[in-house]
Design a protein around this ligand. Sequence first.
Ligand SMILES: [Mn+2]
Length: 333
Amino acid sequence: MTVQTKSILNAIIEAKNPLIICHEKPDGDTLGASLALSRFLANTQKVHKHFCVDKPANYFSYLPKIENLITDLALLNIIDHDLIITVDCGAIERTGIFEEIKKYNITLINIDHHQSNNNFGHLNLVVPQASSTSEILYDFFQAHQIEIDKYMATNLLTGIITDTMNFTNAATTNDSLKIASELLNLGARINQIISSISQNKNIDALKLWGKILYRLEHNPEYNFAFTAIAKKDLEECQITSPESLDGMANFLSLIQDVNFIIVMTEEDNNQIKVSLRTVRDEIDMAEIAQKMGGGGHRKAAGFKIDITALSADTDWKNFIINAIITKLKKSEV
Ligand SMILES: [Mn+2]
């Protein structure tokens, strides 16, 4: 931990009413890390608020004190706060309320591990080599002799487990395993985490997964696999919660010998969400995503595409695949 973490701790201690913000479409890391930080503030009797622009998936309800998370912007009065702390946001826009934040000149602390983070805070704790923002906060608490109670431990371990995909992806390091072990010593409930995060699908959801898996195709020229999910697939499987699809793109990483995979998901208002995943070090998904107007990490990236202009008889799946292939062709010359 560098000297700057001391000034971050001081800013937090001196603030009268900090606001902690998660990223939109919250995952286990932004929730776990921010809940641990919120718990630290609560343990020091500090008035504060904790906000996320989107509601977390139901399977996160086991996270200690998640009931205190505010997800309604109307319940927030940003001007009341003298400090904002963004947690796991690779860019300030990921807060989902950048337009609101920029109206006021409130001191901003940026705690994150995304490679692409441009240090948008007044104070920045950005550690790209960390597996997760939860790991960064663990080190931060340790460095300043801040007690990690069992609730903070469960929250922090959730972030490490979800960002390492159960200790299987490239973010899994000596440090992340060591810290996970120390969090277990501190009372983290690993069985509850694993069952909530990894065993949360019902039979209807798996039937939907079956449909999507059956539809997998392979492009031999560029050696990628792809599949698509239409809104009517969810209706046919009587699925009302989109979280039934959570984990699909990561699950497909188990396909052997392809360069990358593409999962296209139809959302409301003619928007298609396109997720790109690879396990290969030499392939940069973020580069392809950026060419399509999106962004992300090297191994996991994505973009959105509006299909309103397509005629009804055009297959949007082929349209998107062709658009991606066109970009791949261009990058070859
Ligand atoms: Mn993260």
